[in-house]
Every structure is written in C-alpha cells, then in structure tokens.
Write a protein that binds this ligand. Structure first.
Ligand SMILES: [Zn+2]
Length: 91
C-alpha cells in the first residue's frame, strides 16, 4: 500500500498560514481613508459615521470632494462593518 502525498501541498499550506497578516481583508475606501487621513479628520469621520443623524450620502459626498470618490453604499456598508452584510474593516 503506497500512500500518495501530493508533493508540495504541505509546503503550500504552510506558506498560506505564515503569510503576512497585515490585512485581515481588503479595506473598503472608507477604511482606507481612515487609515491614511490625519488624526483630526479621522476622528471627525468616525464621529460622523457613528451619528445616525448624518446620512451615508452626506458623508460620501463630503469625502468625495476631498479625495477619491466614495459612494453612499460604501459608507453604509462600512457602518455595518463586521456584520455579514458589512465591509471587512476592523470594528
Ligand atoms: Zn470599511
């Protein structure tokens, strides 16, 4: 009885497990903005995101005027981050 070991499988799985874990998943553009913005802007954005009086569209329109275009959908998804229908940014 010969046990067939796919050559390289163990090595490839080892490589997956030891891959750099700098990113848990692709960041959405809101998360990317938070990661690169200065502390004051990031804090203001977090406050706006946490406030249900601020619409996702208002945030998206404002962010889009200062950098890459962000859609209201992306903002709404970032607000649901960590949930099954949210983005994969860290909560
Ligand atoms: Zn996000």
């Amino acid at each position: 009885m010969i046990e067939i070991q796919p050559i390289g499988l163990a090595e490839e799985l080892d490589a997956l497990a030891s891959a750099p874990t700098t990113h848990r998943g692709p960041q959405c553009s809101v998360g990317a903005f938070l990661a690169t913005a200065d502390e004051k802007a990031a804090a203001s954005l977090r406050a706006a995101l946490d406030s249900d009086r601020v619409t996702a569209k208002a945030i998206a329109d404002t962010l889009s005027r200062y950098g890459d275009a962000v859609t209201a959908y992306t903002v709404a998804r970032h607000r649901r981050r960590g949930q099954s229908n949210g983005c994969r940014c860290e909560r």
